[in-house]
Design a protein around this ligand. Structure first.
Ligand SMILES: Nc1ncnc2c1ncn2[C@@H]1O[C@H](COP(=O)(O)OP(=O)(O)OP(=O)(O)O)[C@@H](O)[C@H]1O
Length: 307
């Protein structure tokens, strides 16, 4: 069942956004409506276009075609300053311009830029993450630099938070802490988070919506719980009469000597088939996110996309 998002609930909208470069992959045309106040995870293979989408939202890469609307404001040219000041960004690779600043100096610099800068929050997070504030940023370890970027992004109190592979370089403890911090940060603020990630567990724990990006295209966005409920794997015993009538809902079938394993789309027809043919279901399980994404990339579109 399609979920229709209301116009006023859209934080960022990309319409027909496309970028074409010689000898590089074409990204788009992309149509995507990112709902306000939620965490939206961009997932997909390497080089599929996740970072490019984030950079186009930030306008560090300008699309050749299409338009972007942020918090209801559209601009044909540059990102309006008052909107840019509402966006915080944790890049995949740290920005070199700040390399020779200490964390404190970089924070002071950013505090001039962001009108809602929260110094107390910055202090608390830097202490919690145990990152030196007096060391030059290029002398910090990869994980420490990441922690600084996350602390500074949260301290900016943005309306839109863009996180490009936020856990890259974090140890498992820091990763867990980052997830907790992001969750508690979301509670008090009206913030929309767009993150790209390859970490299945991170997407599972954090995302409200999942956007699948593949080969420069957005294949769709689905509410996470609805996506997980869309397909399942079942093991059945019996004659399997009438199975062919369910063809459209069966993604895979593996016949074994005693049982058949099916990957099926949840549907009333499936329940009816089981009931009418007295099919004995031996076990069933939800699919893991990586299995769902694999099926989706193969062309089996979930019927729970958001529009
Ligand atoms: N500024 C740019 N202009 C045009 N194409 C670009 C630009 N930057 C990257 N690309 C191309 O876009 C494609 C997608 O790259 P991108 O970094 O967005 O992928 P990704 O999904 O974030 O990958 P990964 O998961 O490996 O980080 C690549 O083929 C790359 O060459």
């Amino acid at each position: 069942m399609t979920e229709y998002l209301m116009e006023q609930d859209i934080a960022i909208e990309l319409t027909g956004v496309k970028i074409t470069r010689r000898r590089r992959k074409t990204i788009g045309p992309i149509n995507l409506r990112i709902p306000q106040g939620h965490i939206v995870a961009l997932v997909g293979p390497n080089g599929s276009g996740k970072s490019t989408i984030i950079n186009m939202i930030l306008q560090t890469i300008s699309p050749d075609e299409g338009s972007i609307t942020w918090l209801g404001e559209a601009s044909k040219t540059a990102l309006p300053l008052e909107i840019r000041q509402q966006i915080a960004y944790v890049p995949e690779h740290p920005i070199n311009e700040e390399n020779f600043m200490t964390a404190d100096e970089a924070a002071r610099f950013r505090s001039h830029w962001y009108p809602n800068w929260d110094e107390v929050r910055f202090d608390q997070l830097m202490s919690r993450f145990e990152v030196s504030r007096h060391e030059r940023l290029n002398r910090l370890s990869k994980g420490e630099r990441r922690k600084f970027e996350i602390a500074a992004a949260f301290a900016a109190k943005p309306k839109i938070l863009l996180l490009d592979e936020p856990s890259s370089g974090l140890d498992p403890f820091a990763w867990k802490d980052m997830i907790e911090q992001l969750r508690s940060f979301m509670k008090g603020e009206d913030v929309t988070v767009v993150l790209s990630s390859h970490i299945v567990e991170e997407v599972k724990r954090l995302a409200d919506y999942i956007v699948l990006v593949n080969s420069g295209q957005v294949l769709g966005m689905a509410e996470k719980d609805a996506l997980f409920a869309n397909w399942k794997e079942i093991w059945v015993r019996g004659e399997l009469e009438g199975l062919d009538e369910l063809e459209a809902d069966i993604l895979r079938r593996d016949y074994g000597p005693a049982m058949t394993k099916l990957i099926v789309r949840e549907s009333e027809a499936l329940e009816l088939w089981q009931h009418e043919n007295r099919i004995q279901m031996v076990k069933s399980r939800s699919l893991e996110l990586d299995e769902i994404l694999e099926i989706w990339i193969q062309g089996h579109t979930p019927d729970v996309l958001s529009k």
